[in-house]
Design a protein around this ligand. Structure first.
Ligand code: HPA
Length: 278
């Protein structure tokens, strides 16, 4: 009940900062590299998380920590500029507050982005990957505890967490733009340490194509509430157990920011189709 009230408090406050007729259709979670995407919004309003007492702050480098609302290609959207993570000491419920707030404000689709390391040896650092499925290695779920029936069922289906129609839309626009878009399975780890060689080998054996520290819990919360999801990873580095290079967070952030421009272009092209499909 407390979770429900906190989300409703955030949603009510955020709504009070928006034009009365504003009815957002798509919610975005902007991960590393996409922090400036909100600059593309028309009639943009931003609200720092610090003004929402029940919204957890984001302390990760390059995560701004504010909601943005506005029109993208004629579609009303909400954006979460930055998120919080389990490795910041946050609970699964806190990690998912932003997604639940956007759902409470009426979005029907979630576009969620992140930075990830490629563990498929055929994937190159500097590419984008549309997420076809995930493996949640955190051992946590935002649905632990009493079920909030107002949000969704006790045992939500997870057979297709990433919407097949949205995957087709993203593939179509990537092709039209001559952009390579890999497709693959995202392995979500708690972090903050990067993976050992043995862990990387194990995640690859499990069927993973990329590994990162976010997204899966938010997607579980989104599917619980019936949102349709598109997930895109910026593959910032390669994690190959037999020729493992050292990876520094500064390099990951720089690589994600470089990829941000392509991802923005792809999402701007896809938004009208995503809105049309909802
Ligand atoms: N591992 C985990 N998270 C990441 C990585 C990685 O290699 N790259 C970007 N985020």
């Amino acid at each position: 009940m407390q979770k429900l009230r906190k989300v409703q408090n955030c949603a009510d406050l955020l709504k009070s900062f928006l034009p009365q007729s504003f009815a957002p259709k798509i919610g975005f979670v902007l991960g590393t590299g996409l922090g400036n995407f909100a600059a593309r919004l028309e009639d943009c309003r931003t609200l720092p998380y610090t003004l929402l007492p029940d919204m957890p702050a984001s302390t990760a480098p390059s995560h701004q920590g504010s909601f943005a609302a506005g029109m993208l290609c004629g579609v009303p959207v909400l954006m979460q500029q930055g998120r919080c993570h389990l490795y910041e000491g946050r609970t699964p419920g806190e990690v998912c507050t932003g997604v639940r707030v956007m759902a409470a404000l009426g979005v029907k689709a979630l576009v969620i982005t992140n930075a990830a390391g490629a563990i498929n040896p055929l994937f190159k650092a500097g590419s984008l990957m549309a997420i076809t499925d995930h493996i949640n290695m955190t051992g946590k779920s935002p649905l632990t505890g009493p079920n909030e029936a107002a949000w969704g069922p006790r045992f939500p289906d997870m057979s297709r967490p990433y919407d097949p129609v949205f995957l087709e839309i993203s593939a179509k626009h990537a092709l039209a733009q001559g952009m390579s878009l890999e497709k693959g399975v995202y392995v979500c780890v708690p972090g903050p340490q990067l993976e050992t060689r043995a862990e990387t080998r194990a995640y690859r054996l499990l069927g993973g194509d990329a590994v990162g520290m976010s997204t899966a819990l938010e997607v579980i919360a989104a599917r619980h509430m019936g949102l349709r999801v598109l997930g895109i990873s910026c593959l910032t580095n390669t994690n190959l157990p037999d020729c493992m290079a050292e990876t520094a967070i500064e390099e990951i952030i720089a690589a994600a920011e470089k990829l941000g421009a392509s991802l923005e272009k792809l999402l701007i092209a896809a938004v009208p189709d995503i809105a049309g499909a909802c």
